[in-house]
Structures are given as structure tokens and as C-alpha cells.
Design a protein. Structure first.
Length: 617
């Protein structure tokens, strides 16, 4: 893991010679980009040899004269970065330049290492700089695109400047002057972790990973100059035509979340929504609303501007208002399948994007070659953890062949060892259900299963906890000889009930899973790599946990919830629509693509209009 100190460079720590800041590819540890900040006193000049790099001379305040390759450019500059867009000069590789300023000033010199001198020195007019105002209100920021393909071409250098008014929120990155906070995070194979409070003159390096959010504290404007050396850009797709793409935030988006994880499930939504430039409205479950208020307080304490993260409390009326409001662009939902279908149908009919995650019936398959003690340990935790009130709970154990009797024996022992009680009592393994309305139908379902022919191996009904006799407690229940026709198998019970279904072969177990209307998660316990591969290729489920015992090394994933840099979501009735949550799918959900096709013909060139179907000719 790389921490903030390696990439947060406080003012002065990267000064070198005449430069207030001097970042080179070598000092940054990457291949191409650099940045220098130059202060000139009135009447001073500075000689610059570009060497293997191309440069921009970009006034931050003040103006200057740039003499290069026998040419001279007068840059009018600006009072400061927040007052106006500036003109600038391009310096090619292998050039000798002199920068002089009669009045003095501060100048940014972004650079990129190149292999050839493909462009000559030239002047960039401020009138030709494309300016974008992204988002609105307290999420707004201004982007000045100085050196991008199709606007001002260079060999490898791309430069734009982002201005964030004080108190505003942005999701976009790096080198900055001002006061604020900046976040950088990486991936599992390339970790990086930067969370830095930045002040005027500081620099944040971002060699890889994802960057943002950035916060400008109220009263302090924030400017950062970003050099992007990669992205989706296609050069010369046709003669004189280039194409690049961008992603832009939607605007106002909302989340409707369940009772069982009042902090975690919303965190699948609002950090990504906000980081991609949206404002977020959270409607938490009315059964435990205070967690949302607590998170809002943390955002406030961190300096998030008012109006970026919002909480509204209520029941169905509040949900319906969100689903139908014309100002809300997208809705994320986690809950039961019937309500997920209602949310999806209502919101899409009102023109919104929808993520709707529904219920589940998660199967854990145990093959005869599995370590039964190991398997039972993790199936028990998966079935009874959180009192079974989670969409990733293991609610069905599929025992294959000779594994069945031994597995049930171990599961029975493990279930009877679970200590049920209040969550604040030391030693408690499993707490109560959320309400009496959740407790009563669950205990009735155990009785129904018994009446339909299942064997009740462990009966959790009627449990009383000393000192909490009126609590909504039910103990772990273990049902054996359950068939796919029984209610205990077909319905999502959402509580601490584990059903054991027996099959003769792995293929039969896969057929059972595939025939189930839900497709959220599944797991396999085996020592066979061939069986594992067959399972993961054939099973029709969105998330799979592979649990093996090979060489006494166990890879334990009974509840196959992926890490946040992957997306979460099932198949079939576990996901209504086609938008999984968080990870890359979350980024795509909360943004929309913009593809730009550009042509810049010579001004003297006359191109006749064509009425044929466009081709690369």
C-alpha cells in the first residue's frame, strides 16, 4: 500500500533551482509527464531547453514574452486563474526558449516526453480555448481545455485546467493551487492510498488508480491543472477526423435502501454517485433511519457542501415521490424482488435509470471430497450470520451423494453451538430479528416445512432469552430432506433457517440452482479443480464463491460478495433490469458517455457537402 506521503508534495518540497515546483518523469516514477512552476520577478527572464520534452507556457498570473526557434509570442496572461482564460505558447522538443516578464508573474510549464518533433512552436489564443461548465450549483466546476486533441494538438501532451468555486464539490483530479482535500485510490493489484489536505502551492501526483473527490473549502477557490496522458482517443479514424469519448454525471440521483445494512448498502451508492459529480438523495428504511443521519453528519464534518448529500425520511409516499420526480435522473434500490420490480417499472416509466437489486435464494453445494468440518463451519456462518437477514445469506445447502449424512450431522452440531442473545451482550453470536412481523412468518415457515415432509433437525421456534422475553428472537433452524417443491425452498425466508437439499451428482445440483428463480450468489465446497471449473461455467448465478481444499489451503468464500472494485449483482429475479451496483458498473450507472468526433480542416480548404452515406473515404 502506498500512502499519502509519497504523492502529496507540500509547497516547497519539490522546488529545484529557479522552479517553485519541478516534477519530472524520473522524480514522479512514471514515463512521460512533468510539471514546473516558474516565478519571474519584474524584468526577469528564464532560459529553458526543452530537450526530449514538449512544453506549454501557461500564465497563472501576469503575462510574458516567449522567444523560441526564431519566433516571439506575447502572452497577455491574466490577473489570476479565476479571473479569465489565458493565452499560451507551445514549445516543441529540442528547442531553446527564453521566457521574460516585464511585470513579473507565475507560470505553469506542463510537459510530456516525446520521441519526435512533430509540431513547431506556436501561439494559442485564449479565444480558441474551449470552456466547459460541468454540473450546476454547488457541484459546478469550470474546465478550460488548453491542449486536447482536436482543440490544440501536441505529440503527447494534454492539458486542461479545472476551477472549483469555494464550497463546491468536484470529482475530478490533480495538481492544485488552493485549499481543500483530495483522494486517490488504486486497485487490488496496484494499490495506492492518498487522502491529503492540500494548500496553496501543494501538489498531488497520481501515477495510476482512480482520483477524486476533491473538495474546495467554503471561502477558498480551488484550481488544479491536470495532465492526462491516456484515455479513449482514436486518431485519424477518417482523413482529418479524430474521435474521443468522455463520461459526464447525470445530475440528481437517489437511493432507496433496506433495513438490514443501514450504513453499508447506501455506501454502495452515494460515494460513487458523488465522486462522479452527482448530488445524492438517500431514502433509508424507516425501521432504522438514524444511520443515514449519522453518515450525513460525517459528510458535513468532512466539509462536503450542503446539498450534495441529502436524506429524506418516510414510507411509500416518499419512495413514490422519488420514483416520479422529474428532477431525479436515476434511482438505486436494494430490497425484496416484488418491490424491486415495482421500483423498476415505476421509475423507468418516468424516464429514469434504475438499479434494482431484489431477493435471493443462495445455494452452497458440498461435494463428497470436501472437508465437511470446514464446509459446515462456513455454511453455518453464512446461514445464520446477521440472523439470516441478508440477501447474501446461505439459505440452501445442496449435499451431493455421500456428503449428505455427514454434512447434516456437523451442521446440527454447529447450529446448536450458536449463542443467541442481544447484540450488546458479550459472547452473543446471533441477535434478534428486526420486528415481530418478521419473526412470526419465519417460525410459521418452519412448521409448514415439517408438515410438507421436511425433517426439522434443529428447531429454533419459541426461543426465549432471559431478560428479553419480549424480544424478537428465534434460534437457528436446520431442515433436512427439503425438496424444491416445498415452500421452505421456493420462498425467501430472510431469517436463520437453513434447508438441506440432497442430490446424487454435481450436475443435478447445478440443475437445481439453475431452475431456481433467484440467481444472486452460490458457493461450492470441493477439492476438485475440474468440478469447480464445471460449476462456475454452468451455473446461472451472478456471484460465485469457490471453496477448495487443495494442499490444506482453503479459499473460503461462502458468501461471495466481491470487493468494491468489482460490481455486485445477481441474475434472474435477483436483479431487475441490467444495472449491477458499485464498482465499474456503478461508475457507468451514475454517468453518461459523450463521444466527440472532430475535424479541423485548413481554413483555406473548401470541402464540398456530400450527400452519400458517410465512409472512411
Amino acid at each position: 500500500m502506498t500512502f499519502s506521503g509519497a504523492y502529496h508534495l507540500p509547497k516547497g518540497t519539490s522546488a529545484n533551482g529557479p522552479y517553485d515546483l519541478a516534477i519530472t518523469p524520473e522524480s514522479a516514477g512514471w514515463a512521460y509527464s512533468g510539471l514546473r512552476i516558474l516565478t519571474l520577478k519584474p524584468g526577469e527572464e528564464h532560459a529553458l531547453s526543452t530537450g526530449e520534452n514538449e512544453f506549454l507556457v501557461l500564465p497563472l498570473n501576469g503575462g510574458c514574452t516567449v522567444a523560441v526557434d526564431g519566433r516571439s509570442f506575447e502572452l497577455g496572461g491574466r490577473t489570476d486563474v479565476f479571473s479569465a482564460v489565458t493565452d499560451f505558447a507551445y514549445l516543441p522538443r529540442e528547442s531553446q526558449a527564453v521566457i521574460s516578464s516585464a511585470q513579473g508573474g507565475l507560470f505553469a510549464l506542463p510537459s510530456a516526453r516525446t520521441e519526435q518533433k512533430g509540431h513547431s512552436a506556436r501561439y494559442g489564443r485564449k479565444e480558441d480555448v474551449p470552456v466547459e461548465l460541468r454540473a450546476a450549483g454547488t457541484c459546478s466546476r469550470q474546465v478550460n481545455n488548453y491542449c486536447l486533441p482536436g482543440t490544440f494538438d501536441a505529440e503527447r501532451l494534454l492539458v486542461y485546467e479545472v476551477l472549483i468555486p469555494g464550497g463546491n464539490w468536484s470529482s475530478y483530479p490533480p495538481h492544485k493551487n488552493g485549499f481543500g482535500c483530495h483522494r486517490v485510490y488504486g486497485t487490488d493489484d496496484r494499490p495506492i492510498d492518498v487522502l491529503a489536505e492540500i494548500r496553496s502551492g501543494d501538489t498531488v501526483l497520481i501515477p495510476h488508480g482512480r482520483h477524486g473527490p476533491s473538495i474546495a473549502a467554503p471561502g477558498y477557490d480551488l484550481c488544479y491543472l491536470d495532465e492526462v496522458l491516456k484515455g479513449s482517443f482514436s486518431d485519424q479514424v477518417s482523413r482529418g477526423v479524430d474521435v474521443h469519448d468522455l463520461r459526464r454525471p447525470l445530475g440528481v440521483v437517489a437511493g432507496v435502501t433496506p433495513f438490514n445494512f443501514p450504513a453499508m448498502v447506501p455506501l454502495w451508492m452515494h460515494p460513487i454517485a458523488i465522486a462522479t459529480g452527482n448530488t445524492f438523495l438517500l431514502k433509508p428504511s424507516e425501521r432504522d433511519p438514524s444511520a443515514a443521519n449519522f453518515v450525513a453528519g460525517l459528510y458535513k464534518k468532512a466539509g462536503l457542501p450542503d446539498g450534495v448529500f441529502n436524506v429524506v425520511h418516510g414510507g411509500k409516499d416518499a419512495v413514490d415521490a422519488i420514483l416520479t420526480h422529474p428532477g431525479i435522473e436515476a434511482v438505486s434500490f436494494v430490497g425484496s424482488t416484488p418491490i424491486a420490480k415495482y421500483v423498476h417499472e415505476t421509475a423507468t416509466s418516468h424516464g429514469k435509470r434504475v438499479q434494482a437489486l431484489g431477493g435471493a435464494k443462495n445455494h452452497a453445494v458440498v461435494l463428497p471430497d470436501a472437508d465437511l468440518e470446514f464446509a459446515a463451519n462456513h455454511i453455518t456462518a453464512g446461514a445464520y450470520g446477521s440472523a439470516g437477514e441478508r440477501c447474501m445469506a446461505v439459505s440452501v445447502a445442496v449435499a451431493v451423494g455421500d456428503a449428505a449424512d455427514g454434512l447434516v450431522d456437523v451442521l446440527e452440531r454447529k447450529a446448536r453451538e450458536i449463542n443467541v442473545g442481544p447484540g450488546d451482550r458479550p459472547g452473543t453470536d446471533m441477535g434478534p430479528l428486526v420486528t415481530k412481523a418478521a419473526q412470526e412468518p419465519l417460525e410459521k415457515a418452519v412448521g409448514t416445512a415439517q408438515a410438507q415432509g421436511a425433517t426439522v433437525v434443529v428447531d429454533g421456534r419459541g426461543l426465549k432469552v432471559d431478560g428479553h422475553e419480549d424480544g424478537f428472537f428465534t434460534g437457528p433452524s436446520l431442515l433436512d430432506h427439503v425438496t424444491t417443491a416445498m415452500d421452505a425452498y421456493r420462498e425467501e425466508l430472510f431469517g436463520p433457517v437453513l434447508a438441506v437439499v440432497r442430490t446424487e451428482t454435481l450436475d443435478q445440483a447445478i440443475d437445481v440452482i439453475n431452475a431456481n428463480p433467484y440467481g444472486n450468489g452460490t458457493a461450492l465446497f470441493t477439492a476438485s479443480g475440474e468440478a469447480a471449473r464445471r460449476f462456475q461455467r454452468r451455473v446461472k448465478v451472478g456471484m460465485i464463491g469457490m471453496i477448495g481444499m487443495i494442499g490444506m489451503i482453503g479459499i473460503n468464500v461462502p458468501v461471495p460478495v466481491p470487493m468494491s472494485f468489482y460490481s455486485f449483482g445477481g441474475w434472474k429475479d435477483s436483479l431487475i433490469g441490467d444495472h449491477p451496483i458499485h464498482g465499474p458498473e456503478g461508475i457507468r450507472f451514475y454517468t453518461r458517455p459523450k463521444v466527440v468526433t472532430t475535424r479541423w480542416p485548413q481554413q483555406a480548404q473548401q470541402i464540398a457537402a456530400g450527400f452519400d452515406f458517410p465512409t472512411s473515404n
